[in-house]
Design a protein around this ligand. Sequence first.
Ligand SMILES: [Zn+2]
Length: 504
Amino acid sequence: MLLRSLIPTLCLAAVPSLCAADILLQGATVYDGTGAPGRVADVRIQGSRIVAVGSALAPQKGEAVREVKGLALAPGFIDMHSHGDGGLLEDRDAGAVTRQGATTILVGQDGDAPFPLADWYAKLEKTPVAINVASMAGHATLREQAMGKDLYRPSTPAELATMQRLLRQELASGAFGLSTGLEYEAAHFSTTEEVIELSKVAARAHGFYISHVRDEADGVFEAFDELVRIGREAHLPVEITHIKLSSPPHWHEAASRMPALFARAKREGVTLWADVYPYTYWHSTIRVMVPDRDFYNPAKVEAALVANGGPAAVRLAHYPPDPSVAGKTLAEIATIWKLSPVETYMRIVRATEPQPGREEMLADVIGTSMVEDDVRWFVAHPDIAFCTDGELHGAHPRGAGTFPRILGRYVREQHALTLESAIHKMTGIPAARLGLKDRGRIAPGAIADLVLFDPATVLDEATVEHPDAPPLGIPAVMVHGEWVVDGGRVTGRHPGRVLRHPAR
Ligand SMILES: [Zn+2]
């Protein structure tokens, strides 16, 4: 009894072998994150780190022993594109993230980042959350700082200089590089040269560039070319985030055209990366479908609808002016309103536009405009990492289901890739991209961010109808040596850290 009551004190006194948090996991099938096949081993955790991996490790005094035979043990998954920065200080458990096995999220995506990052990081350190958080600096965020609301044009040289100065500040605060969302109107009118000049600043800080490219529909390959050019001229790794081919003319082209893109980038000395979420449908604003803001040009709206698979493929998720049509497709709403699909689109955009004294209202859509064979090709590709693109409480099931969906459907059911390759793409690969040397692997000395799951049952349960539904087969998740999920439920512990770019 005396010893137990002393344990917290001894922990503070850094006698790790006596810490209450010391844990021995026995008999797990360990997938170490390097892409190596699983092997049965015991794993010892002291404080926040893994200290031993081996067979038949003898329990030590004061150590919590947990028998996990039959379960897979992997490094905690790393989400290369998360919108978890929205509402994280209010939902500190971030159950949508942790229950699917993710322990680190990269936020500040699509050009939209917390600003200034130092202030937000300070809040997160004062009020810790369950997960580790890394952030990009956002291009649109920098534009807003330098250009105010006058964003629908290229920047001036003076504005660009301001953005470069602010970007240096954000990189010094720990941003991992620059994110853009060039399909969104706040950034769509920027020139490639503007993005290159900013990317050069990120390159000098050893950061990388991640982009929701300028066109994910008909012009997607030209948009990929623009991204490769940015990498070539600014000399930094470039990542196509939530890669997709979402326009009928480009369906089924992943296998035939992507290898050439990767090969050309390599020839040109560009490090080209990508990440993907495992769904054939996307979720975004209705406005992104016409990125140049020509929302009331019937020919352009018609083309946008066709490019996104037609009005029956686009479902309105939220519509504050008339919630009764939320959940219906543009084709269904057109019938109800007795309008054409083009007129229906225009009416929705007009009714939700920002007006003097009124903020823009959220009119977001879920578009089913990708095809399964392309998604499977991206999911299976050995170098393409994963992202959720998810919110903590979003309308798209990717926010709660991405990682278990890959493990259950693409690994176990379809054999699209091996379990060790999937785990490598969820852990070691993203950790290397982010320069996180002591994460993304199971080895002595590594941080104890871990996930325990059952390869035989792991599966996503989240759907468009129930986007928050937790997955099956992921009983426990650990961050920094503490269980944040146990018995499939969040524990209320908040051991997550702010991760700053290691080069800083
Ligand atoms: Zn995006």
